[in-house]
Write a protein that binds this ligand. Sequence first.
Ligand SMILES: [Zn+2]
Length: 180
Amino acid sequence: MTNFYLPGNYSSHFTRRELCFSERAVRECINNLPDEAAEQNLKRLCLVLEVVREEWGPWKVTSGYRCAALNALTPGSSKMSAHIFGRAADGEPLRPRVKLVQVMDWLAEEVPAVRGMVTKAGVLGIDQAILEYPLGGWIHVGIARPSRKPRGQLLVKLRSDEPCVPYSTWRRKAPAGVTR
Ligand SMILES: [Zn+2]
């Protein structure tokens, strides 16, 4: 039986529990526990999330680690999703006035600066940030494999049955008021 208590933190503000807990996993009796490699990735990921949190305040992780079995049951997720390896987390700002596009615009400014920054934790930087469903969705933040340089891609997903498009292209044309 899965124990979702999972004590401990990955970083100063992000707990192991919030990165690994999944209601779907509980309902389907899936043991959604990361292996050692995924644990290391989750630690690196949370250092990136700390940078976002520092700028935008408390950040709610809605879906972090997903083992292969859980990922397979997650609608719209790819078979090679970075979530499977502990390299991605979907989340949203908790401050009601902070909009997802504000965070994305800020990332567009900051990502080139933080991409490829080498720290004790490895290469810290965003591989992909995806605004998933601008009207009330979330932001997917993904990091690269430990040996890879982050690509710093910023994308937007508008519909579940359509591929992502570059954030900058969409942002220039996005009508005012369509985003959370
Ligand atoms: Zn995601």
